[in-house]
Ligand binder design. Structure first.
Ligand code: ZN
Length: 286
Protein backbone atom coordinates (compact mmCIF):
# COMPACT_ATOMS: atom_id res chain seq x y z
CA UNK A 1 0.00 0.00 0.00
CA UNK A 2 1.30 3.41 -0.95
CA UNK A 3 1.44 5.80 1.98
CA UNK A 4 1.75 9.51 2.48
CA UNK A 5 4.53 10.81 4.66
CA UNK A 6 4.71 13.59 7.23
CA UNK A 7 7.96 15.58 7.05
CA UNK A 8 8.91 16.87 10.52
CA UNK A 9 11.12 19.92 10.75
CA UNK A 10 12.28 22.64 13.11
CA UNK A 11 12.67 26.14 11.68
CA UNK A 12 13.89 29.53 12.89
CA UNK A 13 16.61 28.05 15.05
CA UNK A 14 14.32 25.48 16.75
CA UNK A 15 11.72 28.08 17.71
CA UNK A 16 8.95 26.67 15.49
CA UNK A 17 8.00 23.06 14.85
CA UNK A 18 6.80 22.73 11.25
CA UNK A 19 5.17 19.56 9.89
CA UNK A 20 4.36 19.17 6.19
CA UNK A 21 2.48 16.58 4.21
CA UNK A 22 1.28 15.78 0.72
CA UNK A 23 -1.75 13.67 1.60
CA UNK A 24 -3.29 13.41 -1.87
CA UNK A 25 -3.48 9.61 -1.63
CA UNK A 26 -5.07 9.62 1.83
CA UNK A 27 -7.53 12.31 0.74
CA UNK A 28 -8.49 10.35 -2.37
CA UNK A 29 -9.00 7.18 -0.33
CA UNK A 30 -11.42 8.93 2.02
CA UNK A 31 -13.21 11.38 -0.26
CA UNK A 32 -13.85 8.75 -2.93
CA UNK A 33 -16.04 6.99 -0.34
CA UNK A 34 -18.22 10.13 -0.22
CA UNK A 35 -19.42 10.17 -3.82
CA UNK A 36 -22.90 11.34 -2.93
CA UNK A 37 -21.78 14.52 -1.21
CA UNK A 38 -21.32 17.95 -2.73
CA UNK A 39 -18.16 19.99 -3.20
CA UNK A 40 -18.50 22.07 -0.04
CA UNK A 41 -18.91 19.00 2.14
CA UNK A 42 -15.92 17.34 0.48
CA UNK A 43 -13.79 20.43 1.15
CA UNK A 44 -15.09 20.60 4.72
CA UNK A 45 -14.27 16.97 5.42
CA UNK A 46 -10.99 17.32 3.51
CA UNK A 47 -9.75 20.24 5.62
CA UNK A 48 -10.62 18.34 8.79
CA UNK A 49 -8.73 15.26 7.52
CA UNK A 50 -5.69 17.35 6.56
CA UNK A 51 -5.57 18.85 10.04
CA UNK A 52 -5.76 15.50 11.85
CA UNK A 53 -3.32 13.85 9.47
CA UNK A 54 -0.66 16.33 10.65
CA UNK A 55 -1.75 16.24 14.29
CA UNK A 56 -1.04 12.47 14.05
CA UNK A 57 2.63 13.46 13.69
CA UNK A 58 2.54 15.14 17.12
CA UNK A 59 1.16 12.07 18.97
CA UNK A 60 3.32 9.57 20.82
CA UNK A 61 3.03 5.93 21.88
CA UNK A 62 -0.61 4.87 22.24
CA UNK A 63 -2.03 8.40 22.15
CA UNK A 64 -4.94 9.20 19.87
CA UNK A 65 -7.07 12.22 19.05
CA UNK A 66 -10.74 12.43 18.06
CA UNK A 67 -12.37 15.55 16.68
CA UNK A 68 -16.09 16.14 16.59
CA UNK A 69 -17.18 19.26 14.74
CA UNK A 70 -20.77 20.25 15.37
CA UNK A 71 -22.32 22.83 13.08
CA UNK A 72 -24.75 25.54 14.27
CA UNK A 73 -27.50 23.16 13.21
CA UNK A 74 -26.48 20.59 15.84
CA UNK A 75 -27.65 17.54 13.94
CA UNK A 76 -24.85 18.14 11.38
CA UNK A 77 -21.54 16.67 12.57
CA UNK A 78 -18.12 15.85 11.15
CA UNK A 79 -15.84 13.27 12.80
CA UNK A 80 -12.14 12.63 12.36
CA UNK A 81 -9.57 10.72 14.37
CA UNK A 82 -5.92 9.79 14.28
CA UNK A 83 -3.42 7.76 16.26
CA UNK A 84 0.35 7.96 16.70
CA UNK A 85 0.84 5.29 14.01
CA UNK A 86 -0.71 7.62 11.44
CA UNK A 87 -4.00 5.77 11.09
CA UNK A 88 -6.53 8.37 9.95
CA UNK A 89 -10.31 8.30 9.57
CA UNK A 90 -12.80 11.02 8.78
CA UNK A 91 -16.49 11.03 7.97
CA UNK A 92 -19.68 13.06 7.77
CA UNK A 93 -22.63 11.94 9.89
CA UNK A 94 -25.87 10.56 8.42
CA UNK A 95 -27.74 13.87 8.69
CA UNK A 96 -25.06 15.73 6.71
CA UNK A 97 -24.94 13.05 4.03
CA UNK A 98 -28.72 13.12 3.72
CA UNK A 99 -28.84 16.90 3.47
CA UNK A 100 -25.99 17.15 0.95
CA UNK A 101 -28.22 16.93 -2.09
CA UNK A 102 -31.10 19.09 -0.93
CA UNK A 103 -30.91 21.52 2.00
CA UNK A 104 -27.14 22.04 1.83
CA UNK A 105 -26.76 22.03 -1.94
CA UNK A 106 -25.66 25.65 -2.39
CA UNK A 107 -24.51 26.47 1.11
CA UNK A 108 -21.07 27.98 1.82
CA UNK A 109 -18.78 26.57 4.52
CA UNK A 110 -19.14 29.83 6.43
CA UNK A 111 -22.93 29.39 6.53
CA UNK A 112 -22.79 25.68 7.26
CA UNK A 113 -20.66 26.27 10.39
CA UNK A 114 -22.65 29.36 11.35
CA UNK A 115 -22.47 31.31 14.63
CA UNK A 116 -22.59 28.41 17.03
CA UNK A 117 -20.25 25.75 15.66
CA UNK A 118 -18.16 23.85 18.20
CA UNK A 119 -15.12 21.58 18.17
CA UNK A 120 -14.93 18.82 20.74
CA UNK A 121 -11.55 17.14 21.07
CA UNK A 122 -10.77 13.97 22.98
CA UNK A 123 -7.05 13.38 23.27
CA UNK A 124 -4.77 11.03 25.12
CA UNK A 125 -4.25 7.36 25.77
CA UNK A 126 -6.83 4.96 27.18
CA UNK A 127 -5.52 5.48 30.71
CA UNK A 128 -5.20 9.24 30.54
CA UNK A 129 -7.69 11.19 28.45
CA UNK A 130 -8.92 14.73 28.35
CA UNK A 131 -11.70 16.52 26.53
CA UNK A 132 -11.67 20.11 25.36
CA UNK A 133 -14.44 22.10 23.71
CA UNK A 134 -14.02 25.39 21.87
CA UNK A 135 -16.18 27.45 19.54
CA UNK A 136 -15.49 28.04 15.84
CA UNK A 137 -15.16 31.82 15.44
CA UNK A 138 -13.35 31.66 12.08
CA UNK A 139 -15.90 29.40 10.38
CA UNK A 140 -13.33 27.84 8.07
CA UNK A 141 -12.28 24.65 9.96
CA UNK A 142 -8.49 25.06 9.90
CA UNK A 143 -8.27 28.35 11.81
CA UNK A 144 -10.93 26.98 14.15
CA UNK A 145 -8.83 23.88 14.90
CA UNK A 146 -5.81 26.18 15.48
CA UNK A 147 -8.05 28.19 17.80
CA UNK A 148 -8.71 24.99 19.77
CA UNK A 149 -4.96 24.48 20.30
CA UNK A 150 -4.45 28.12 21.29
CA UNK A 151 -7.35 28.08 23.77
CA UNK A 152 -7.40 24.59 25.14
CA UNK A 153 -3.79 23.45 25.04
CA UNK A 154 -2.09 26.87 25.19
CA UNK A 155 0.03 26.01 22.17
CA UNK A 156 0.21 28.70 19.50
CA UNK A 157 -0.59 26.85 16.29
CA UNK A 158 -1.14 27.56 12.60
CA UNK A 159 -2.68 25.00 10.25
CA UNK A 160 -2.76 25.60 6.51
CA UNK A 161 -4.32 23.36 3.86
CA UNK A 162 -4.37 23.26 0.06
CA UNK A 163 -7.05 21.06 -1.43
CA UNK A 164 -7.99 21.21 -5.09
CA UNK A 165 -10.83 19.18 -6.52
CA UNK A 166 -11.40 18.60 -10.22
CA UNK A 167 -14.69 19.51 -11.95
CA UNK A 168 -15.92 16.00 -11.15
CA UNK A 169 -14.94 16.40 -7.48
CA UNK A 170 -11.89 14.13 -7.60
CA UNK A 171 -8.87 15.14 -5.54
CA UNK A 172 -6.30 16.80 -7.78
CA UNK A 173 -3.86 17.58 -5.02
CA UNK A 174 -3.91 17.96 -1.28
CA UNK A 175 -1.20 19.14 1.09
CA UNK A 176 -0.98 20.84 4.45
CA UNK A 177 1.31 22.37 7.05
CA UNK A 178 1.10 22.46 10.84
CA UNK A 179 3.26 25.02 12.64
CA UNK A 180 3.61 25.18 16.40
CA UNK A 181 5.44 27.82 18.36
CA UNK A 182 7.87 26.27 20.84
CA UNK A 183 8.12 27.66 24.39
CA UNK A 184 9.65 31.12 24.61
CA UNK A 185 9.41 31.88 20.89
CA UNK A 186 7.90 35.12 19.63
CA UNK A 187 4.35 35.06 18.23
CA UNK A 188 5.63 37.05 15.24
CA UNK A 189 7.28 33.89 13.94
CA UNK A 190 3.92 32.15 13.65
CA UNK A 191 2.48 35.13 11.80
CA UNK A 192 5.46 34.93 9.46
CA UNK A 193 4.89 31.20 8.79
CA UNK A 194 1.23 31.86 8.12
CA UNK A 195 2.02 34.64 5.67
CA UNK A 196 4.63 32.53 3.87
CA UNK A 197 2.26 29.59 3.51
CA UNK A 198 -0.67 31.65 2.28
CA UNK A 199 1.43 33.53 -0.30
CA UNK A 200 3.36 30.48 -1.61
CA UNK A 201 0.65 27.86 -2.08
CA UNK A 202 2.12 26.53 -5.34
CA UNK A 203 5.52 26.17 -3.71
CA UNK A 204 4.12 23.78 -1.09
CA UNK A 205 2.07 21.84 -3.61
CA UNK A 206 5.11 21.32 -5.86
CA UNK A 207 7.60 20.78 -3.04
CA UNK A 208 5.99 17.67 -1.65
CA UNK A 209 4.95 16.18 -4.98
CA UNK A 210 8.53 15.55 -6.02
CA UNK A 211 10.15 12.40 -4.68
CA UNK A 212 13.79 12.46 -3.51
CA UNK A 213 13.87 16.22 -3.24
CA UNK A 214 16.30 17.90 -0.85
CA UNK A 215 13.57 19.25 1.42
CA UNK A 216 15.88 21.03 3.83
CA UNK A 217 17.51 22.95 1.01
CA UNK A 218 14.21 23.72 -0.67
CA UNK A 219 12.47 24.91 2.52
CA UNK A 220 15.45 27.15 3.24
CA UNK A 221 14.30 29.28 0.31
CA UNK A 222 11.36 30.35 2.52
CA UNK A 223 12.39 29.78 6.14
CA UNK A 224 15.55 30.34 8.18
CA UNK A 225 17.55 27.61 9.95
CA UNK A 226 15.59 24.62 8.64
CA UNK A 227 16.33 21.21 10.11
CA UNK A 228 14.51 18.01 9.10
CA UNK A 229 14.12 15.86 12.23
CA UNK A 230 12.08 12.90 10.97
CA UNK A 231 9.41 11.31 8.83
CA UNK A 232 6.30 9.32 9.68
CA UNK A 233 3.65 7.65 7.52
CA UNK A 234 -0.09 8.28 7.44
CA UNK A 235 -2.75 6.10 5.90
CA UNK A 236 -6.50 5.66 5.86
CA UNK A 237 -7.44 2.97 8.35
CA UNK A 238 -10.93 2.39 9.69
CA UNK A 239 -10.36 -0.32 12.29
CA UNK A 240 -13.85 -1.77 11.97
CA UNK A 241 -14.39 -5.52 12.28
CA UNK A 242 -17.15 -8.05 11.79
CA UNK A 243 -17.52 -8.32 15.58
CA UNK A 244 -18.56 -4.65 15.72
CA UNK A 245 -21.72 -5.54 13.83
CA UNK A 246 -22.77 -8.33 16.21
CA UNK A 247 -24.39 -5.78 18.49
CA UNK A 248 -26.42 -4.27 15.66
CA UNK A 249 -27.67 -7.67 14.56
CA UNK A 250 -28.43 -8.54 18.18
CA UNK A 251 -30.65 -5.48 18.51
CA UNK A 252 -32.77 -6.53 15.54
CA UNK A 253 -35.77 -8.68 16.18
CA UNK A 254 -36.40 -11.76 14.14
CA UNK A 255 -39.15 -9.94 12.25
CA UNK A 256 -36.66 -7.33 10.97
CA UNK A 257 -34.55 -9.97 9.27
CA UNK A 258 -35.11 -11.35 5.82
CA UNK A 259 -36.32 -14.94 5.74
CA UNK A 260 -33.66 -17.58 5.28
CA UNK A 261 -31.28 -15.17 3.69
CA UNK A 262 -27.71 -14.07 4.31
CA UNK A 263 -27.15 -10.52 5.54
CA UNK A 264 -24.69 -7.97 4.23
CA UNK A 265 -23.75 -5.13 6.60
CA UNK A 266 -21.76 -2.14 5.38
CA UNK A 267 -19.48 0.06 7.51
CA UNK A 268 -20.62 3.67 7.01
CA UNK A 269 -17.07 4.98 7.54
CA UNK A 270 -14.96 2.91 5.16
CA UNK A 271 -17.55 1.18 3.00
CA UNK A 272 -16.25 -2.30 3.81
CA UNK A 273 -19.02 -4.90 3.84
CA UNK A 274 -19.34 -7.86 6.16
CA UNK A 275 -21.20 -10.99 5.24
CA UNK A 276 -23.32 -12.93 7.72
CA UNK A 277 -24.67 -16.27 6.59
CA UNK A 278 -28.20 -17.23 7.58
CA UNK A 279 -26.79 -19.73 10.11
CA UNK A 280 -24.52 -17.13 11.70
CA UNK A 281 -27.43 -14.74 12.11
CA UNK A 282 -29.52 -17.41 13.78
CA UNK A 283 -26.69 -18.21 16.21
CA UNK A 284 -26.34 -14.51 17.11
CA UNK A 285 -30.06 -14.14 17.75
CA UNK A 286 -30.33 -17.16 19.99
ZN1 ZN B 1 -15.00 0.54 8.54
Amino acid sequence: MMQNTIVKTLIYDKQVRLLLIDNTKLMNDILSLNRGTNKILKLTLGKTISAVSLIAGTLKGNQRISLQLTMSEPKYKIFADADANGNIRGYLNEALLKAAKKQLKDLSLNHLIGNNGTIRVIKGSEMHQFTGITDMPYRNIVDDISHYFNQSEQTQTFIGTNLTLTKDNFVQHSNAVYAQLLPGASHDLLIRVRHIFLTNRNFFTNLLKQPNIKIEEKLSELFEDVKVIGYSPVQFFCGCSKEMFYGILHSLSENDLPNHEDIETVCQICGRSYHFSYNEVQRLLN
